[in-house]
Design a protein. Structure first.
Length: 112
């Protein structure tokens, strides 16, 4: 269960919408988000490739990695850590959890 220090949890999407091979994209609270399933785990990232800030729509998920469709940057599907490609920056990850058949996200507090 979330703690108060983790912030507020929001119902983002049905778990069934998130395919194994392809991220699910959603707009929530003005943020474009990318939901990724790897095995039993679900992660939520900001939909922005750190290479040039492009959307990751069209990305594929394979062997625990997400591949950007534009120039092939690869990221760990759970942590968002970059593993290959033309960037050395990681995806921006948000706290995520599955409760029943829904995916919940806790957006990072804005930086001051
Ligand atoms: S925009 Fe993702 S690798 Fe270039």
């Amino acid at each position: 269960m979330p703690t108060e220090s983790e912030g507020e949890w929001h119902d983002l999407c049905p778990l069934a919408e998130v395919e194994e091979e392809e991220p699910f994209f959603a707009n929530f609270a003005g943020k474009e988000l990318m939901v990724v399933k790897a095995g039993d785990e679900v992660s939520v990232f900001t939909d922005s490739c750190p290479h040039i800030g492009a959307s990751m729509v069209g990305a594929t998920v394979e062997d625990g990695h997400i591949e950007c469709p534009l120039h092939g940057a690869c990221f760990d599907a759970l942590s968002g850590e970059v593993s290959d490609g033309p960037t050395n920056q990681n995806l921006e990850r948000h706290s995520a959890r599955v409760d029943g058949d829904r995916v919940f996200v806790c957006l990072s507090p804005p930086k001051e």
